[in-house]
Design a protein around this ligand. Structure first.
Ligand SMILES: [Zn+2]
Length: 198
């Protein structure tokens, strides 16, 4: 199996961080990315819990050179040295969809790593980056599945990536208009992905 170094102990996100950053009606300045990896064997998907966790972007406020979360995640993925003889499905739940540059890096990664399937669920569409639409189309063309988080994905993340202290069964506190917004974004993304490049 994977020959990379042992992954660090899995950390969970605190509840408020998740709610503040993944709320699809808000515009936080940070980006968080939750990830998980499955090994694909025939029809079976085998979850690899060692490769499950979250990362956030590095901002000037952390004393680092600003770096988008996708690049940090790509670096982490590279450190796993996933076996090229096997097939994997990597799923990312990301609070903002990738900017043009990050979409480009992810596309390159997928072209060079045919043993990895990538699914990206974004809480919101990041529109402030020029060329982001073409970036998302290129990602899709490279085989990635790009979608908007629906209630199902929010609940899934809440259950799998968030620290509920003692209360394991704490239900996801959905916010008003979560689904309305998610549907709007889904339509918008469909329009972006269908649009042919000139
Ligand atoms: Zn980016």
């Amino acid at each position: 199996m994977a020959a990379g170094p042992a992954p660090e102990a899995r950390s969970l996100m605190d509840e408020q961080t998740f709610l503040d950053n993944f709320n699809n009606l808000k515009y936080p300045r940070k980006t968080y990315l939750c990830y998980e990896v499955e090994l694909l064997v025939g029809e079976n998907h085998i979850p690899l819990d060692d490769y499950k966790g979250f990362v956030r972007n590095e901002g000037a406020d952390m004393g680092f050179q600003p770096r988008h979360v996708e690049l940090i995640f790509l670096e982490r993925m590279a450190s796993w040295n996933l076996d090229t003889e096997l097939r994997y499905r990597v799923t990312c739940f990301i609070s903002w969809s990738p900017c043009a540059d990050c979409a480009d890096e992810l596309t390159k990664f997928l072209r060079e790593n045919r043993h990895v399937n990538l699914r990206i669920f974004a809480a919101r569409i990041y529109e402030r980056s020029q060329g982001y639409e073409a970036g998302l189309r290129a990602l899709k063309a490279a085989g990635a599945e790009v979608a908007i988080m629906t209630l199902q994905e929010f609940e899934y993340c809440w259950k799998n990536f968030v620290d509920h202290q003692q209360d394991e069964d704490k239900p996801f506190p959905r916010w008003d208009n979560l689904c309305v917004k998610s549907e709007k974004l889904t339509k918008k993304l469909a329009g972006i992905l269908q649009n042919r490049e000139e």
